[in-house]
Write a protein that binds this ligand. Structure first.
Ligand SMILES: [Zn+2]
Length: 671
C-alpha cells in the first residue's frame, strides 16, 4: 500500500487553446478578453500567441468574486511576463510550492499520526485531528491570491493528447510547467464539490451498512449454513468468505454456491429487503424466502444510488468544456490513459488462450468443472518451503525492536545491491514507525523531510509476515526518496501513479528471503505467484470492462430509471462474461462481475486495479534480470509525467499486458 497526498483533491489536466476561448456564459465576456489581448499585443508584439492563450485561459475561470472586468484587464496587463521575468516566475513558484506541499504533507502526517502509528489507546481528539485536511482549501486560496491566474496567464495548459504527442520532445522544464498548469486548469465551485462528496458519502454509507447475517442464511436443508455470529459485508466480506472456503473445496462447495446465489440476488435486487443488515429473519437464497414466506424485495436502491452519483457528476460538466462526461474526466484527467487504450489493455489481459490453460489447471486441481465464482479461485497461494516458525524466529532475532529495523536499513539496502554511500543516504531519508494497521508508506513532499515506513512490530519484534510487509513498504519509500531527492523539478516529483510505485514495492518484497540470507524460492513458487497474479488481474479487468460499459450506457441514456440501469448493468456484466469468461468456464450469462461494491462508492475507480496489475508486473518483469539499484534510480528520476511516456522512458515500450499474459502461459505449462 502506498499513500499519496495530493494538494488539490482532483488534479486536472486541461484542454486545447480553442476550448479555452472565453465563453459567452463566463463572467469575462469575449469582448473583454479580446480587448485585453489587443492591449497586450501592442505591448508585446512578438508574444501574440502566448497572449491569446494565456488571457483566454485566465478569463475562462475568472468569476465575479475575483474582480470586475476592468480589474481582470488590469491584472493581465500587469502580470503577463516574458523573458527572464517569466523564467523567474516559474522558479519562484516551484520553490514556494515545494515548501507549501512539503509542509502540508508533513502537517497531514502529524495530525493523522495517532491514527496511523501505535501511540497507545486512541483519544477522541485523535479522530478529530485525523478528519482535518490541511490542504483542502489550497486551490481556493491560490485563486484568491491570484497566483493561479498568474499561472494560467503565463503558462500553457496541456491536454493529455498534447502530452502524448508533443511531450516526448519537451524539456524537463516544459513538463514541469505542464504539471503546474494542470493544478489550476479547472475550477469547480466548492458547493458542487460538496454535493459530489455528499453523493459519494451516501453510497459509502449504503455499502458500509450492507451486511448479511450469515447465521440467518439457510442452506438446502433449511438450516443455517454458516456458523453463529458471522456477519459479512457485501461484497468484500462475502467474497473473502468464499475465497477462504477453497481450503477444503469439495466439503465447502455447497456453501460457495450459496454465496454465489446470494450475490446474484443482490445484483438483481431480488434479495428480500428485510434481510439486509438484519438478523430478524432466516433467508433462504435458493428459493428466496424469508422465514419460509415470500417477502418484498429491495426496491432497486443499489441502482438509485448509482444513478444519483451519475447525475451529480453531470453537474460538473459545464466546468470541463473539453470533457463533458465522468468517463472523459476520469480517464483523460485522473488516470491519464485514454479510455480506448485502457479498454485495449484489459482485452489483452483477458486473452482467452492463456486463461483457458490456467482455467484447465484450476479445473484439474478442484476436480470439477469451473463455476462462475471460481473467478475468485484462491488455490495458487505459494507456501514457503521454510517453516513459518523458523522464519519468525529469525526475523524477531534480527529485528527485536523498531529501532533495530531502522538501524538495519543500510544493511538491507546493501544486500539488495545498493552501494554503501547510497544505502546510507537512502536510509537517512526514511523514518520507521510502529503501525496500527498492517503497514503503509507515506511519502514526503519536500527535501529535508523523511518518508515514513509504517509497519507493525509485535511485543517480540518483527515476525516474518511483518518483515515481508516491511520489505514491500521499503520499496515504496526508496522510490519516494529517489523521486523526491534526486528530482530536477518539484512539479515532477514522484511517479505517475501508485501502480508504478507498487512495481518497485513488489520487487523488494520478492527479495525478502535473500535479504534474510536464504535462497529465494524459484521454480514452482514463482510460477504459482504469477498464476495467482494473472487470475486476480483477469478477474478485476472483467469488472472494469463491465463498469466502463455501464457508464457508456448511462451517458447514452441520461434519463434512465433505476430499474433500467439495473438491467443495463446486468447486461454489461453478462456481455463481458460471455466474451471473456464463458469460453473458459463453460457457463454462459453470469452477472457475477456486477457484485463489486466499488461500482457504487468509487465510480469508475475499478479500472485502476487492472491497470495497476499490468503496470506493476511489467516493471517487475523488466527489473527481474537487471541490476535493481541503478535501474530503479534511473527510472525514479523520470518523475511524474504521463504513464505511457514514463513507461517508454523506463522500459523502452508503452504499457503492455503481454509480459503478465505470456508468463502466465509459461507458468501454467510448468506446474
Ligand atoms: Zn504497496
Amino acid at each position: 500500500m502506498k499513500r499519496t497526498l495530493y494538494f488539490v483533491a482532483a488534479l486536472l489536466l486541461a484542454s486545447s487553446s480553442a476550448l479555452f476561448a472565453a465563453q459567452s456564459g463566463a463572467f469575462i465576456k469575449p469582448e473583454t478578453a479580446a480587448k485585453t489581448i489587443a492591449a497586450l499585443r501592442e505591448k508585446f508584439p512578438a508574444q501574440s500567441e502566448r497572449i491569446t492563450l494565456g488571457v483566454n485561459q485566465a478569463a475562462r475561470v475568472w468569476t465575479k468574486d475575483d474582480g470586475s472586468a476592468a480589474e481582470f484587464a488590469d491584472f493581465c496587463s500587469a502580470n503577463f511576463l516574458t523573458g527572464a521575468a517569466l523564467d523567474t516566475l516559474f522558479d519562484k513558484i516551484e520553490e514556494q510550492f515545494e515548501y507549501i506541499d512539503g509542509h502540508f504533507t508533513a502537517l497531514y502526517a502529524q495530525t493523522h499520526r495517532a491514527m496511523d502509528v501505535n501511540t497507545g489507546p486512541l483519544h477522541p481528539a485523535d479522530r478529530i485531528f485525523a478528519s482535518y485536511s490541511p490542504a483542502a482549501h489550497l486551490q481556493e486560496d491560490m485563486f484568491a491570491t491570484k497566483l493561479a491566474f498568474s499561472v494560467l496567464l503565463n503558462f500553457p495548459v496541456k491536454t493529455l493528447k498534447q502530452c502524448s504527442e508533443e511531450g516526448p520532445s519537451w524539456s524537463r522544464r516544459q513538463w514541469a510547467q505542464a504539471r503546474l498548469t494542470k493544478l489550476f486548469a479547472y475550477r469547480v465551485p466548492a458547493e458542487l464539490e460538496q454535493e459530489l462528496a455528499k453523493s459519494l458519502a451516501a453510497a459509502e454509507e449504503y455499502i458500509g451498512s450492507y451486511n448479511i447475517y450469515m447465521d440467518h442464511v439457510a442452506g438446502a436443508d433449511g438450516k443455517p449454513a454458516f456458523g453463529p455470529g458471522l456477519m459479512l459485508q457485501s461484497h468484500w466480506g462475502l467474497r473473502d468468505e468464499l475465497k477462504g472456503l477453497y481450503s477444503s473445496p469439495a466439503a465447502n462447495l455447497d456453501r460457495q454456491k450459496l454465496i454465489q446465489t446470494m450475490m446474484t440476488r443482490i445484483i438483481s435486487q431480488e434479495i428480500p429487503a428485510q434481510v439486509v443488515n438484519s438478523s430478524q429473519t432466516l433467508w433462504n437464497p435458493v428459493d428466496n424466502t424469508a422465514d419460509g414466506a415470500q417477502a418484498a424485495r429491495e426496491p432497486d436502491t443499489r441502482y438509485k444510488i448509482w444513478l444519483h452519483n451519475f447525475k451529480t457528476y453531470q453537474l460538473e460538466a459545464p466546468y470541463y468544456p473539453n470533457y463533458p462526461t465522468r468517463r472523459d474526466r476520469t480517464f483523460n484527467l485522473e488516470k491519464e490513459i485514454p479510455e480506448a487504450q485502457a479498454q485495449a489493455l484489459f482485452e489483452q489481459l483477458l486473452d482467452v488462450g492463456a486463461a483457458g490453460k490456467v482455467g484447465a489447471l484450476i479445473k484439474k486441481r478442484l476436480g470439477r468443472d469451473l463455476l462462475p465464482f471460481d473467478i475468485w479461485y484462491d488455490g495458487f497461494k505459494a507456501r514457503s518451503e521454510v517453516p513459518q516458525e523458523k522464519l519468525d524466529a529469525l526475523c524477531r532475532k534480527k529485528y527485536p525492536t523498531m529501532q533495530a529495523f531502522q538501524d538495519g536499513l543500510p544493511a538491507i539496502l546493501e544486500k539488495l545491491g545498493f552501494e554503501g554511500d547510497k544505502a546510507d543516504f537512502i536510509a537517512s531519508k526514511i523514518e520507521v514507525q510502529d503501525c496500527r494497521g498492517s503497514g503503509h508508506a507515506q511519502q514526503a513532499d519536500m527535501r529535508g523531510e523523511k518518508a515514513h515506513l509504517c509497519v507493525r512490530f509485535g511485543r517480540d519484534g518483527l515476525d516474518y509476515h511483518g518483515f515481508n510487509t516491511a520489505m514491500h513498504e521499503l520499496g515504496h519509500t526508496v522510490e519516494q526518496t529517489f523521486s523526491l531527492y534526486e528530482m530536477d523539478h518539484h512539479f515532477l516529483r514522484g511517479v505517475p501513479n501508485s501502480a508504478f510505485s507498487e512495481g518497485f514495492a513488489f520487487m523488494f518484497q520478492d527479495r525478502d528471503l535473500s535479504v534474510l540470507g536464504m535462497d529465494n524460492p524459484g521454480g514452482k513458487t514463482a510460477a504459482l505467484k504469477t498464476l495467482d497474479n494473472f487470475w486476480a488481474a483477469r478477474e478485476i479487468a472483467g469488472v472494469a470492462l463491465a463498469d466502463m460499459q455501464a457508464w457508456r450506457w448511462l451517458d447514452a441514456h441520461p434519463n434512465a430509471t433505476p430499474q433500467q440501469l439495473k438491467e443495463a448493468v446486468a447486461s454489461a456484466a453478462k456481455d463481458v462474461w460471455n466474451k471473456y469468461y464463458a469460453p473458459v468456464f463453460g457457463v454462459k450469462d453470469s452477472p457475477l462481475l456486477a457484485i463489486y461494491s466499488h461500482l457504487l462508492n468509487y465510480p469508475l475507480y475499478v479500472p485502476n486495479y487492472p491497470l495497476g496489475h499490468i503496470i506493476a508486473y511489467q516493471l517487475e518483469d523488466y527489473l527481474k534480470p537487471r541490476a535493481l539499484p541503478a535501474e530503479m534510480e534511473r527510472m525514479c528520476k523520470i518523475g511524474g509525467i504521463i504513464p505511457q511516456e514514463w513507461m517508454k522512458q523506463a522500459v523502452g515500450t508503452g504499457i503492455s499486458a503481454r509480459p503478465l499474459v505470456s508468463d502466465a502461459l509459461g507458468a501454467a505449462d510448468g506446474i
